[in-house]
Design a protein around this ligand. Sequence first.
Ligand code: TRP
Length: 334
Amino acid sequence: MSGKKEIVMSGIRPTGFLHLGNYFGAIRNYVRMQEDFDCYFMVADLHSLTTHPDTKQLKANVHRVLAENIACGLDPDKVALYCQSHVYETSELYLYLNMLAYKGELEKTTTFKDKVRQNPENVNAGLLTYPVLQAADIILHRAKYVPVGKDQEQHLEMARNYVNRFNHRYGKVFPEPLAFNYGSNLVKVPSLDGTGKMSKSENQNATLYLADEDDVIRKKVMKAKTDAGPAEPNTPKPDYIENIFDLMRLVSSEEVIGKFEQDYNSCAIRYGDMKKQLAEDMVNFISPIRNKVNAILNDEKYLRLVMEQGAEKARISAKATMLLVREVMGLNYF
Ligand code: TRP
């Protein structure tokens, strides 16, 4: 950490198996940010306990998420890549922030209400205070920017509330954290069945995972919805055809895209050929990442080193913040 650049922090849920939407929506941003900012990227293993108390899969999931992010270009030498549970200061700050978080506002949080609906038999206090833990993650490094998607904006707003309450009550320690993106939310990663975006919870056969084998990628792409082709030159494209072009724009060359645009506009397009081309370009994009992930997963010693090195960097920043926090809170009695 240079200590000179602006500070960025984000958390990644260890749910494993990233897909193309995660890559173009999130990871690619992280990779770009590592050059311009001091970045803290954290695997949110403690957060996962709020909904997944069974920890049998946790180690494998944490390893996979680390391996996938590194294979996509995150450099553990440039950023602090660490596990939440390795930095105990997080839990201490979480405790203090809990006294500044009100039950009423926590109960109104959209993600809380969703999770209660999905899992009515396990409405625990950790789930209720999930946004407080997230705020602790962020402000522990006094981060200014948080690269997250739309679904996390409410949590960020809550983090800003806790920051303001803390600063007002005890003294100015924390900057207000802001959502950050490079405008790449605008990159569309449509699903292969012509409906919506690629996502984990929707149709798995319409989502390309970074772990998919070559023949799985080909099969999924070849199943994408098409039709008999346009009957007249320069017809506007139906959504499901535009989606195939959008996917090509992510992984194919300008030349290839131009050729199929021209074929479409002159009614000469053969969707079978187009999908074959897209499948090969997807295979060429995904397979080197997949192979790298597998190589990293087979090297536990390396993964351990990454986690130790990341935790060490995170602890330096965390310890400095907590000294200030205890000081302004009046928790120093010596
Ligand atoms: N809640 C985030 C999600 O569901 C994960 C997360 C945990 C996070 N801690 C964070 C994101 C801190 C940004 C900053 O994706």
